[in-house]
Design a protein around this ligand. Sequence first.
Ligand code: FAD
Ligand code: ZN
Length: 468
Amino acid sequence: MPPLPPELIEKFRAIVGAKYAVTDPADIEPYVTEERNLFHGRSPLVLRPATTAEVSAICKLASEYKIALVPQGGNTGLVGGQTPHNGEVVVSLRRLDKIREVDTASNTMTCEAGVVLQIAQQKAAEVDRLFPLSLGAEGSCTIGGNLSTNAGGTAALAYGVAREMALGLEVVLADGRVLNALSKLKKDNTGYNLHNLFIGAEGTLGIITAATLKLFPKPRAIETAFVGLKSPAEALKLLTIAQGEASTALTSFELLAEMAVDFSIRHGIDVRDPLQEKHPWYVLMELSSPRDDARATLESILTRAMEEEIVDDAVIAANLTQRSGFWKLRDEMSAAQKPEGGSIKHDISVPVAAVPAFIAEADAAVVKLIPGARPVPFGHLGDGNLHYNVSQPVGVNTADFLARWHDVNAVVFEIVLRMGGSISAEHGIGVLKRDELPEVKDKTAIELMRQVKAMLDPLQIMNPGKVL
Ligand code: FAD
Ligand code: ZN
């Protein structure tokens, strides 16, 4: 990108106000770096609009001067989508942080894009409702970012992914037009479902400024168990029993490898092993029920699984502190890999039934490629979605190990694709997987994606170089 002429910076400044047009490199820094240090971008200008009208004026001006924009929410994305890699202007949506309406009779909540996920959850709880989207970054990620990445998280098993929680959107298009599709309707068959195009688009088609979200009844009882077992195959049997007995009350079912749990205990702050002895695999499962029957159902599931020798040991959280202890162990898992050196990440999904075979094949292939490499699989077994991360062998050079990133991806993705899976289950494509996408996706689908992009963003100013 050529440098921005000062008079254009002035015009942008006039839209958002001097205070919210950031040009000082030190103040820009937090917008061009991200937590994992995988990506470092650069930008001459960060704009922090507060209203849809300001976002619209920014897009109109950017179109007029063909200036590329990178929308950004909480900057917690894991694929480099929110980073200005080539000196683009960052549009931070964080100041669009109003909850416009809560409608308990319709069970909807209309949030602006910059509302932090945890705030949306709290707001729903205040009116005795549940907004179920839940993920490790919920204290800083935003509704706009969640929808733009179509985030999954730990409750997708029962409530679906972000897409399924949005009834409607308000979107500013690349040319500044505003698409008002803030519908509260579950039933509305009046042509193409346009708002869905922008969900999971990672900011490449337009800027989401608000969303009407679904609310659910707040569970009366939540019961959580930490379970030790021998293998992913046993975990799958437990999942089948749990779904049979609890049905949609089974809200989380996380599979954790022994090494993932070890890392979390070793490096996490205040993380303890809930079980007396070590096990090769663990499951963190949770039931949420509108009645008081969750405890009895969970006990019944575990009793049966123990009788059938599927589960070796299990503990049910006795109180809220213990429950948050179980979740802390799970939530620290990503961060706990850092002190173990380089980690090559995958966010894959395969059909649920194929998870045990996937893990066995991927472990063998990765260790054959890099002897001593340490697979650390964990994730959402109930969704067939694993964070199949691979830590470096002990004692090797981290940079040398990370230089094999694409080689490791290639062997893992080959297995994923053979099993009918996806190379990006919930984190998106961004720049991290952009070059692989055309290799793995249906040719016609890629063609249509390019045509949709060309139609909505003919000047290629909306997050260029991401996804496609
Ligand atoms: P950003 O990171 O700012 O942006 C992400 C993408 O969306 C970028 O492409 C950006 O351009 C675009 N974007 C942002 N806002 C808008 C907008 N208003 N309009 C248009 N485009 C926009 N993801 C999961 O799915 N499941 C998990 O369990 C999970 N756990 C995580 C745990 C941790 C500790 C971290 C750091 C991340 C995790 N993530 C997870 C990644 C997840 O994608 C993000 O945390 C979150 O959904 C992104 O929201 P954000 O507001 O931070 O978006
Ligand atoms: Zn996840």
